[in-house]
Write a new protein. Structure first.
Length: 689
C-alpha cells in the first residue's frame, strides 16, 4: 500500500513520473482544474465585491469522480505531494486540491521541477516546499478579473451588439488587428521607380541623387534622369567591413510560437499541444522521459548544468573554436524568470537519435528547439561585407557582397536546414578610382506598400512587445478571437470581420483606456507584483473595480442597441417582419418576434458541421478536446452528445446533456449536469442559469 500520494494535473505526466518514483509512491492526476468560481451572489459573479472580493468556489461537475478517486487514495496515504506545473496556474491547482480534498492531518508538500527527467524528479522530491500563496493570490486575482469582465462586459456587448465576449487581453489583441486594417484602408499607394546600372552579371542600385534619397515618381521623369547620365561610372569608394552575427537566445513561449508558425505553419495552439507532449514525456526505447523543459516561460536563462553539458558536446562535436557561451543574452524588463528557457533536457539526445519515437510534427518541433538551444551557446558567425559606391555625375549607385569568414553557430542550422545561401558576388573587377562603362541602365516601376496584416506569428510578437498578456495566454487569446468570429484568417493573415470591427468601434468609444495596450501591460505588472508579495490582492482588485464599473454603467446607459436588419419578408407563422441574425453557423433569417415566435427560415446552403469543437480538454486523454457529435443510429439517433475529439482512440463520452442553446456570455454550448443545472461547457466562462 502506497504511503505517499503524488498528484499532478496531467494523465501523461503522471505516467512518466510514476516510472521514476518507487512503489511507495502513488501518482494520480487531477486532469486539470477541479473547481472554479461558482455562479452565485450579486450578478452571479461568485465574488463578494463588498467583502474584499471573497470568492465562492464549487467543484466542477465532471471532476466529482476524480475527487472521489483522490480521496480514496488519501485514506492510505501518510504524505501528500502536489506536483502540478511550475507556474501560477499550476500553483492555483495545487492550492485548490489542498483546500478540497479530505486531507486529515497528513503533511502536504509542493514539488517543483522544470523538466520531467529521472534526475530532476528525484531531486525535486528530496527538496519539497510549500504552496506559494503569493502566486495563488496572483492567479486568483486574474481569475476574478476575468469573471467580472466576462460577466459585466460580455453581457453588455451581447445585449447591445450581439458580440459574444470581450476581455482585457483578447480585446486589446483584436484592437491591434482592427487598427492595422484601418491603416491599410487609409493608406495611399504611391508610384516610384528604382534605377539599376548593369556591369556584366553585377547590378548596382541608385541610392543617392546629390545628397538626397532618390524620388523618381513617374516613368518620364525616370527616363529623363537616365538620359542625363554619362556612359562612364567612377568607382568612388570601396569599403570592407567585418561583421559579427550573434546567435539568438534559446526559445521562450512567444518566440517558439512565432518560429513554428513561420517555419511549419503551426497555429499557436497546435505548437503548445505538441510542446506539451514533448515536456510530459515520450517513450524512447527503454525509458519514458520528458524531452524539453517547461514550455510556458518568458526567460532566456539556461541552467549552469545545461551550459556545462552543452560546452562538452560542442567541443567534442565541433571543436573548441565553436564554443561561445553567449551570456550576453539578458531577459526583458518584465520577464518573470520563474524558470529556464525552452531547451532539450539533454543535449546528447539529438533529434536524429530519437526520430523513430516521434511523430513527424513532434520531430520538427523538437529539432527546432534543440538547434536553437545548441546554437545559442556557440560562437558568432563572422562575415566580411564589401560595399562599392559608383558615381555618375551627381548620382551614386551601390553594390555589395558578403563573404563568410567563420560559420560559427550557423554550422548547427545548416545541419538541419538545407536552404542554400545566396552565392557570394565577385566584386574583384572594381578598383578604387577607376572608371567603368556600364552595360546599360534600367528601371523598375514600384509602388509603396501598406503595412502588412498580422499573421499569427507577427501578432504574438506585437503583443509581446507591447506587454499584452503573458506567454501562457497568447495561444488561447488568438483562439478566442477566432472562435468568436471576430477575425478571419485569409492567406494566413488576420482580417477583422464585420462583427470584430463593430466590437472594437463600441469598445473604443466606451472603454478606450481599458482595451488599450498600456492598461493591459500595467495590469500584468500588478499581477507580477502580487506574485512576489509586492502588491496587495484586495487593493488591486478594488482599484480595477473602481475604474471599470463606471465605464460599464455609462455604456449600459448610452451604448445604442444594434437592431437586426429586416429582410423585407414576413414570418409565415405570425406575420411579423423577418430579420437577419448571426448564429454559430453564420447569418440566418428568423422572425423578429422571437422568443414568442421561433420560426427560422430554412437555408439549404447552410450546412452544420458534423462536429462542433468546444475547446474543453477531454478528462480521459491528453491533447484531446470535447466535441459535440450527433448519434447516427440506435435509440438515441439524432441526439447530440459530448465525446473525445480523438475517437475511436479515446472512447470517452461525457454524462453532460447537450442543449440546443448557446451561452449568452461566450457563445459556447450550454449543457445540463446531473443536478439538472444548466451551465456553459467552458468553466472559465462560468455562466449558469
Amino acid at each position: 500500500m502506497s504511503k505517499k500520494l503524488v498528484i499532478v494535473e496531467s494523465p501523461a505526466k503522471s505516467k512518466t513520473i510514476g516510472q521514476y518514483l518507487g512503489k511507495e509512491y502513488n501518482v494520480l492526476s487531477s486532469v486539470g482544474h477541479i473547481r472554479d468560481l461558482a455562479v452565485v451572489g450579486a450578478g452571479g459573479l461568485g465574488v463578494d465585491v463588498e467583502h474584499n472580493f471573497k470568492p465562492t468556489y464549487e467543484v466542477l461537475a465532471d471532476k466529482k469522480q476524480v475527487i472521489h478517486k483522490l480521496n480514496q487514495a488519501l485514506k492510505t496515504a501518510e504524505e501528500v505531494y502536489l506536483a502540478t506545473d511550475p507556474d501560477r496556474e499550476g500553483e492555483a491547482i495545487s492550492w485548490h486540491l489542498s483546500e478540497t480534498l479530505n486531507i486529515k492531518g497528513q503533511p502536504v508538500y509542493r514539488v517543483y521541477f522544470n523538466e520531467i527527467t529521472r534526475s530532476a524528479i528525484l531531486e525535486a522530491f528530496l527538496r519539497p516546499g510549500e504552496i506559494n500563496r503569493d502566486l495563488v493570490n496572483s492567479q486568483e486575482t486574474r481569475r476574478i478579473l476575468d469573471r467580472i469582465i466576462g460577466f459585466k462586459l460580455s453581457k453588455l456587448l451581447q445585449s447591445k451588439i450581439k458580440s459574444k465576449s470581450a476581455g482585457r487581453v483578447q480585446s486589446a489583441a483584436l484592437k491591434l488587428i482592427v487598427d492595422r486594417e484601418n491603416e491599410i484602408n487609409e493608406f495611399n499607394i504611391e508610384e516610384y521607380y528604382d534605377v539599376f546600372a548593369q556591369f556584366g552579371e553585377i547590378k548596382a542600385k541608385l541610392v543617392k541623387i546629390g545628397e538626397a534619397d532618390p524620388s523618381l515618381t513617374s516613368q518620364s521623369e525616370t527616363e529623363r534622369f537616365i538620359e542625363s547620365l554619362s556612359s562612364e561610372f567612377k568607382v568612388a569608394n570601396i569599403e570592407v567591413k567585418p561583421y559579427s552575427n550573434n546567435p539568438r537566445p534559446a526559445f521562450i513561449t512567444s518566440t517558439l510560437q512565432q518560429m513554428a508558425s513561420n517555419k511549419f505553419g503551426f497555429t499557436p495552439t497546435k505548437t503548445m499541444k505538441i510542446a506539451q507532449t514533448l515536456y510530459e514525456g515520450k517513450d524512447i526505447g527503454n525509458e519514458t522521459v520528458g524531452l524539453i523543459t517547461y514550455m510556458r516561460t518568458d526567460s532566456i536563462r539556461l541552467s549552469e548544468a545545461f551550459v556545462s553539458e552543452t560546452r562538452s558536446f560542442i567541443i567534442k562535436e565541433y571543436g573548441h573554436e565553436y564554443y561561445g557561451n553567449m551570456r550576453r543574452n539578458v531577459n526583458k524588463e518584465n520577464a518573470q524568470d520563474a524558470h529556464e528557457a525552452i531547451r532539450p533536457t539533454s543535449i546528447f539526445r539529438t533529434p536524429k537519435s530519437i526520430k523513430q519515437f516521434l511523430s513527424p510534427q513532434e520531430y520538427k518541433l523538437y529539432q527546432m528547439i534543440y538547434a536553437r538551444a545548441l546554437a545559442s551557446l556557440m560562437k558568432p558567425r563572422k562575415t566580411e561585407t564589401t560595399a562599392i559606391i559608383l558615381e555618375n555625375k551627381n548620382a551614386k549607385f551601390r553594390v555589395s557582397s558578403t563573404k563568410q569568414l567563420f560559420d560559427g553557430y550557423m554550422k548547427v542550422y545548416l545541419q538541419f536546414d538545407t536552404d542554400e545561401e545566396e552565392p557570394e558576388t565577385d566584386l574583384s573587377s572594381f578598383k578604387q578610382g577607376e572608371s567603368m562603362k556600364s552595360d546599360g541602365v534600367t528601371f523598375k516601376q514600384m509602388f509603396t506598400q501598406p503595412p502588412a496584416r498580422y499573421t499569427e506569428a507577427s501578432l504574438i510578437k506585437k503583443m509581446e512587445d507591447l506587454g499584452i498578456g503573458r506567454p501562457s495566454t497568447y495561444a488561447t487569446t488568438i483562439q478566442t478571437i477566432k472562435n468568436r468570429k471576430y477575425v478571419e484568417l485569409k492567406e494566413k493573415k488576420f482580417e477583422p470581420t464585420e462583427q470584430g470591427n463593430l466590437t472594437i468601434k463600441k469598445l473604443d468609444k466606451y472603454f478606450h483606456e481599458f482595451i488599450g495596450a498600456h492598461y493591459s501591460k500595467e495590469m500584468e505588472v500588478v499581477l507580477d507584483e502580487i506574485a512576489v508579495g509586492k502588491a496587495d490582492r484586495n487593493q488591486s482588485l478594488d482599484e480595477f473595480y473602481q475604474f471599470f464599473m463606471p465605464l460599464v454603467i455609462n455604456a449600459e446607459k448610452n451604448m445604442s442597441r444594434v437592431k437586426p436588419e429586416p429582410t423585407g419578408e414576413h414570418c409565415p407563422v405570425c406575420g411579423s417582419p423577418m430579420v437577419t441574425r448571426n448564429g454559430k453557423y453564420g447569418k440566418f433569417e428568423a422572425c423578429s418576434n422571437f422568443p414568442k415566435c421561433k420560426y427560422i427560415k430554412p437555408n439549404e446552403n447552410v450546412k452544420k458541421s458534423e462536429t462542433f469543437d468546444t475547446k474543453v480538454p477531454c478528462p480521459d486523454c491528453e491533447g484531446a478536446t470535447l466535441v459535440v457529435r450527433t448519434a447516427s443510429k440506435g435509440k438515441n439517433k439524432g441526439k447530440k452528445f459530448l465525446a473525445a475529439s480523438t475517437f475511436p482512440k479515446c472512447k470517452y463520452i461525457s454524462p453532460l446533456k447537450v442543449l440546443d442553446e448557446n451561452c449568452p456570455v461566450c457563445g459556447n454550448i450550454l449543457v445540463e449536469d446531473e443536478n439538472k443545472v444548466t451551465r456553459c461547457i467552458d468553466i472559465h466562462c462560468g455562466y449558469k442559469k
